[in-house]
Design a protein around this ligand. Structure first.
Ligand SMILES: N[C@@H](CCC(=O)N[C@@H](CS)C(=O)NCC(=O)O)C(=O)O
Length: 230
């Protein structure tokens, strides 16, 4: 049985956006059952978890008889490859799929993560105001370039939904929360096509169901801070 990790609870802005949704989504797409190990902030810092995920992040994917995997990019591709699904058979389309898949993670996500950092994690309002214009400009530039790359096509790599579409649409969730997609109707339409898939809807519903059953105190933030301090 596959086990993935996820958080017991996260703040509102992160609910439905935590990256374990990518792994839930691909597992739902290929029809593989999985169970979830819910973590708090103390679990994240434990040496046992760090041995599985060096950065203490979610998700990982554990499976009997296989090496534990971390990094959603690696996990999603691994599941698709083993299931023989969500990957184009045609060689040229497969190459295009791989290029867009890595573009999502390497050429687009970093700029949107910078935006998320400014909007959600920076405390100093003055510093925030200083950084925001530059971060917005770069994120907008990448979105425009992505829109041009997608062109009039429904899917990035060919005529079917692939893991490249899964990854791009997931990465763009950060832009959507800041209304940054408003100027890019074809990206919005692409994301809506991806998010209409039952496998995606179930992934988000399942992630959020755990948050509804927990509260901030279940995350043991204070105990984790003490561990870090001491
Ligand atoms: N590149 C990693 C990023 C994972 C990641 O950023 N996970 C976040 C949740 S979306 C996390 O665990 N954050 C908590 C932390 O960094 O302490 C992946 O795609 O798996």
């Amino acid at each position: 049985m596959i086990t993935i990790t996820a958080f017991k609870w996260v703040p509102d802005f992160a609910q439905g956006n935590v990256r374990d949704h990518r792994v839930r989504w691909v597992l739902n797409e290929v029809g593989w059952p999985y169970q979830v190990r819910l973590l708090d902030a103390v679990d994240q810092r434990s040496p046992d978890y760090r041995a599985q995920q060096p950065f203490g992040q979610v998700p990982i994917m554990e499976e009997d008889g296989r090496a534990t995997m971390f990094e959603t990019g690696a996990i999603v591709l691994d599941v698709a490859r083993r299931a023989g699904k969500l990957l184009p058979a045609d060689d040229a389309e497969h190459s295009r799929m791989l290029s867009w898949y890595f573009a999502a993670l390497n050429s687009i996500e970093p700029y949107l993560s910078n935006l998320a950092e400014v909007e959600y994690f920076m405390k100093d309002e003055e510093e925030k105001a200083k950084r925001r214009p530059g971060v917005l400009k770069m994120a907008g530039k990448r979105l425009k370039e992505l829109e041009q790359g997608l062109g009039e096509r429904d899917w990035l790599a060919g005529d079917m939904f692939t893991v490249a579409d899964l990854m791009i649409s997931s990465v763009l969730k950060i832009a959507k929360t800041r209304d940054l997609l408003n100027g890019f109707p074809t990206l919005v339409a692409h994301q809506e096509r991806c998010f209409a898939r039952p496998a995606y809807k179930k992934a988000i519903a399942d992630q959020c169901a755990a948050f509804a059953q927990h509260s901030p105190k279940d995350m043991k933030y204070d105990a984790a801070k003490q561990m870090a301090a001491g």
